[in-house]
Design a protein. Sequence first.
Length: 380
Amino acid sequence: MNAVEPAAAQYFQTVRAAFVGLEAYLDGPGRNTAARDLTATLVMKYVERLKTSLACWENKIGFMERFRISRAESGFPVFQNVLELENDRRSAPEKLAAIPDTGRLKAEMVDFILRNKAFPEELQSRIAERLYLEEAQKGEVFSPVVLPETSAVSVNAESLRPSVVVNWAAFDGAQTLPMIYIARIEDSSDNLTRMLVKADGTLNEKIDIPFPVGGFLNPELAARFDDFVIRNSGYALTPVTIATNLDKDFPTLHPKQMRRIVIGPFYSAGITENNEVINSILSRVRKAENAWLLTWTVQDVISKQEKPAQRGFFSSTPAEQIFHIDTNDLEAARMGVTAFEKHALVPHDAYTALYASGEAERVFAGYKVHVISGNQVTDV
């Protein structure tokens, strides 16, 4: 095994604990309102993908020389790992066919030990590679872009348009941050309106839609919507820019709300270097598995008004959304959002260390803080 194994093992232990804690927070009883419940359910699906990717990478360190994380920025694995995992996911069947099954490899390990009185490192590496490829082959990893799916549909009683909830995700290569997008979009396309909206303006309950639907609900726009997502999901683009681009690129789609959940940065004692104060305090936590801090930001951009379509003999313009940006809030304006929330999740031991240091108020300024102890999450 390579020399960085102890540090890598500690990293995977803490980041895995952080995502388990995030799931505990999302599944908490205080998040059971309808809108939050759907958001929490969708976010948990992508957190599960992140956990699967981590399980793959943890197996991969058993047969590779080094594993790189963004120590000074996000605290997450560098983008190259995400790209390689996606490539390995696609080529896994071919590679697995060339590797004996796990049972046979374990039998060869026992035989090697008995015959040579030594540990079969090469065979152990082959087992790790097989486990890595088997996990990758399942496909539920966090890809560079996780293509859209539609999770809900309703009818806007005022506009009489179908209103869909569509979600997707992306791992930003420059910032090494996983991001989740959830958008509520009205669709004024004739085909979808005829199919889903009854004469009385309610949803046609006779249309059985097995949610989630892979891709955008309107089949005539699904392929173009995938292409749009691939081109417009980078962290450098603000949510209002993405929503505005969507509004312009699709005359019959009307984005009413777009939510982006940016997961990270992540801090792990002795591993990350992204905040000297936080890392110094976390290093004092007695149990290494509790020496971490996970942050995330929820960004929302909301349409405050729709400028009606203009139709004339010589020219026409589609309906246009006017998004609300709170220019009185400099951080909201910088982010390009109507509103935002910053969250921090921290184990009880680590929170106690931060509090005892006298730095908690400064570290958590502007954050909603959630402290986890066992399976219980408490808002501070």
